[in-house]
Design a protein around this ligand. Structure first.
Ligand code: ADP
Ligand code: MG
Length: 306
């Protein structure tokens, strides 16, 4: 296969591992910086230009699009789709996953367990919003936050009220969530490829920290998932329409609750915690999917002729 890997930095662990895994399996893989791509969207034959040349003959595209470049990154991915290049994750699914409110609504609608969650932009009645999610302690999150920044634990109603007022003053969209205390500062990252959880890790925040993000000093270890946790992760991935993703959940008294689904999950933490060749598993999945989709196209062509 000829694979396009959309990544801004060749040196990142995940990028290097995917390149290595693809080359080991005899594929040619090209790292492409989406911000340097330009496109002709109106032509009879849609094209992508990169560093002065036209990209062509790609069989598959692996998007690794950072949160800060979602808009342009998904546009480039969409252009690959217009050129019938098979995407590991579709552009619509990537866009969907970047909107925490949209994702939460979708997952809730399909019955995925989640912490009780309220959304607000400018609530007139903060006490009512707090009551709605069960009262303090609550977790308050900025919708645009990542890596644990913008996630606050408010232990009392008064603290919650002042944090919400402060965020409102900044005109930020916020999410107010039931605090899952019994999770003990740990969460589960389930790495889904296709219809399976291929690796999982438990992330534990440092002493006295409720956030388990590795960027906030958390540590990762191998974990055995329950069948319910596995099936929740696979269902969440399916609902989001993502072929490869990281599903993050908390172990609550009422079963697994999903916090977020990440469409460009990092490989470093999960490969070192699980000792698995996750990059290789992703490339093998892609081989299978590309073959399936080519067969489908061939069949429809034959039908067209007959
Ligand atoms: P980010 O996108 O910044 O990573 P998260 O929603 O994943 O934000 O929250 C960061 C961390 O905070 C989680 O990994 C988890 O450990 C902790 N956390 C988040 N929400 C809750 C909650 N409702 N109850 C308990 N802990 C939570
Ligand atoms: Mg997180």
């Amino acid at each position: 296969m000829k694979i396009a890997l959309l990544s801004r930095n060749k040196k990142l662990y995940s990028t290097r591992r995917l390149v290595q895994a693809a080359e080991e399996r005899g594929h040619s893989i090209h790292v492409i910086d989406v911000l340097r791509c330009y496109m002709n969207i109106t032509a009879h034959k849609p094209t992508i230009h990169y560093k002065g040349a036209v990209l062509h003959d790609f069989d598959a595209v692996i998007p690794r699009i950072g949160a800060s470049i979602t808009f342009y990154g998904t546009a480039v991915l969409r252009q690959f789709e217009m050129m019938n290049v098979y995407p590991l994750n579709e552009s619509v699914a990537v866009t969907r996953s970047r909107d925490k409110l949209r994702s939460a609504q979708l997952l809730a609608r399909k019955g995925i367990g989640m912490p009780v969650t309220g959304f607000a932009h400018n609530p007139d009645d903060i006490q009512d919003l707090l009551k709605e999610v069960g009262g303090a302690p609550v977790v308050i999150k900025l919708l645009e936050g990542t890596q644990g920044i913008g996630v606050v634990l408010a232990e009392t109603g008064k603290a919650a009220e002042s944090v919400i007022q402060a965020f409102m003053g900044l005109k930020a969209n916020i999410m107010v969530q039931e605090f899952i205390q019994e999770a003990g500062g740990a969460d589960l990252r389930c790495f889904v490829v296709g219809d399976k959880v291929v690796a999982a890790m438990k992330r534990q925040g440092p002493e006295g920290e409720f956030r388990s993000n590795l960027h906030r000093g958390g540590t990762a270890s191998l974990v055995r998932l329950t069948p319910e946790e596995r099936s929740t992760a696979v269902r969440a991935a399916k609902i989001m329409g993502l072929g490869v993703c990281g599903v993050d959940m908390l172990r609550s008294n009422h079963g697994p609750v999903v916090m977020e689904v990440n469409s460009s999950p990092g490989l470093e933490g999960i490969e070192s915690a699980s000792k698995k060749d996750v990059a290789g598993i992703i490339i093998e999945h892609l081989e299978k999917k590309v073959t399936e989709s080519t067969n489908k196209i061939d069949r429809s062509r034959t039908r067209g002729k007959g």
